[in-house]
Design a protein around this ligand. Structure first.
Ligand code: NAD
Ligand code: MG
Length: 342
C-alpha cells in the first residue's frame, strides 16, 4: 500500500519561506489563497487587470496584483485558471518570469500531461490536487478539517520539490485528511476518467435514464425524482463512509437482493467496454484535443449548447419545483466564493 501523509509527517518551513502567487480566484483559487494565508503563508492573488473578482478578494483580506505582477513577485506560481486558458496565460504573463529556482504548480495535470505548457528545465514543476470541489476545500478548512489531496512531482530542479508540495498540502488543510503521491499522467487520466465515466457523466445519465423510465411508464415525475435523484446522496454518503457493505447493511433485504440481481442487468459488460473506449480517448489525447478546440477555436459555444440542452431536461424542472417546496438542510452544501470567510 502506498504511503498516506498526514500533518504530523509534514514540515512546512520551506513552503512558508516562499512567496506564493495564486493565479485565478475561482473555485480552487479562492480556497487555496485563503487557506494558505490563514496558515501563515505569504500569498498574493494574480488576476486579470480590471477583474471583477479583485474587489471581493480584497474584501476577504487577500492581496491582489495583476497576473503579470504576481508571476514576477512569486517564488511559487500556482495555475488555478481554467485548464483551457492556462497555456495562453502561461505564455503571455508567466513564462517571462519563470526564473531558475521557482516552482510552477498545478491543481490538475492536464496542461503538462498533454504538453500544452512546456516549462524550462531549471524550475520545479509539481501538483497539489485536492480531491473535492474548491468550496469544500475552503469550508472544511474553516471547520478545522480538510479535503484529501494528491501531490505529484514532474520536475525537481531544486531538490526540494517534494518538501514544498507536501508543505503546501498541509497549509491548505489536506494533511488533516490524508495526502497520497501520484504522477501527472496518473492524476490526469484517472481524474478525467472518473468524472466522465462515473462521477459526473455516468451518474447523470444513470439518474436521467431511471427518471425517464419511470415517467414514461406513467408514474409521477415528483416521485420519480425522489427515487432516482434525491435519495442518491443518502446512498452515496453511506458508501463513502463504509464502502458498499455499509450501504447494503443499512438498506432493506428487499433493496439488497434487488441490488445484486438487477444492478448487473443495467450495468453490464457492454457498459464496461464503452468505459474502456472513453479511457482510450483520454489516454491517446483525443478528448483533450477536442475539448481544447471547443473552448479555444469554438469559443466554448458547444459547451454552452450542451449546458442549455441539459438544463431543460424534465428532471431539472421537476427538481427545481420540488426543492423549492422541500425543507433541505443547507449546512452540507458548498458555499459560494468567500461566504465562508465573510
Ligand atoms: P474556475 O473556473 O472556478 O476559476 C478560474 C479563475 O480564473 C476565475 O477566477 C476566472 O476569473 C479566472 N480566469 C478565467 N479566464 C482567465 C484569463 N484568461 N486570465 C486570467 N484569469 C482568468 O477554475 P477552477 O475550477 O478553480 O479550476 C482551476 C484549476 O483547478 C484547474 O486546473 C482545475 O482542473 C483544477 N481543479 C478544480 C477543481 C474544482 O473543484 N473546481 C478540483 C480539482 C482541481
Ligand atoms: Mg476533476
Amino acid at each position: 500500500m502506498t504511503q498516506m501523509y498526514y500533518d504530523a509527517d509534514i514540515d512546512t518551513a520551506k513552503i512558508l519561506s516562499k512567496k506564493i502567487a495564486i493565479l485565478g480566484c475561482g473555485s480552487q483559487g479562492h480556497a487555496h489563497a485563503l487557506n494558505l494565508q490563514e496558515s501563515g503563508a505569504d500569498v498574493v492573488v494574480g488576476l486579470r487587470a480590471g477583474s471583477a473578482t479583485a474587489a471581493s478578494a480584497e474584501k476577504a483580506g487577500l492581496k491582489v496584483m495583476t497576473t503579470e505582477e504576481a508571476a514576477e513577485w512569486g517564488d511559487v506560481i500556482v495555475m488555478l485558471l481554467p485548464d483551457t486558458v492556462q497555456k495562453k496565460v502561461y505564455e503571455t504573463s508567466v513564462a517571462p518570469h519563470m526564473k531558475a529556482g521557482k516552482s510552477l504548480v498545478f491543481a490538475h495535470g492536464f496542461n503538462i500531461r498533454y504538453d500544452l505548457i512546456q516549462p524550462p528545465a531549471d524550475v520545479d514543476v509539481w501538483m497539489v490536487a485536492p480531491k473535492g470541489p474548491g468550496h469544500r476545500v475552503r469550508t472544511t478548512y474553516t471547520q478545522g478539517f480538510g479535503v484529501p489531496a494528491l501531490f505529484a512531482i514532474e520536475q525537481d530542479a531544486s531538490g526540494e520539490a517534494k518538501e514544498l508540495a507536501l508543505g503546501y498540502t498541509k497549509l491548505i488543510g489536506a494533511g488533516r485528511a490524508g495526502v497520497l503521491e501520484t504522477t501527472f499522467t496518473e492524476e490526469t487520466e484517472t481524474d478525467l476518467f472518473g468524472e466522465q465515466a462515473v462521477l459526473c457523466g455516468g451518474t447523470c445519465e444513470l439518474v436521467k435514464a431511471g427518471f425517464e423510465t419511470l415517467v414514461e411508464a406513467g408514474y409521477q415525475p415528483e416521485v420519480a425524482y425522489f427515487e432516482c435523484l434525491h435519495e442518491l446522496k443518502l446512498i452515496v454518503d453511506l458508501m463513502a463512509e463504509g464502502g458498499m457493505a455499509a450501504m447494503r447493511y443499512s438498506i432493506s433485504e428487499t433493496a439488497e437482493y434487488g441490488d445484486y440481481v438487477s444492478g448487473p442487468r443495467v450495468i453490464d459488460a457492454s457498459v464496461k467496454a464503452r468505459m474502456k473506449d472513453v479511457l482510450t480517448d483520454i489516454q491517446n489525447g483525443n478528448f483533450a484535443e477536442d475539448f481544447v478546440s471547443v473552448m479555444n477555436d469554438g469559443d466554448g459555444k458547444k459547451l454552452q449548447e450542451l449546458r442549455d440542452t441539459n438544463a431543460h431536461h424534465r428532471i431539472e424542472e421537476t427538481g427545481a419545483g420540488l426543492r423549492a417546496m422541500m425543507k433541505i438542510d443547507k449546512k452540507d452544501s458548498g458555499d459560494s466564493h468567500f461566504n465562508a470567510s465573510a
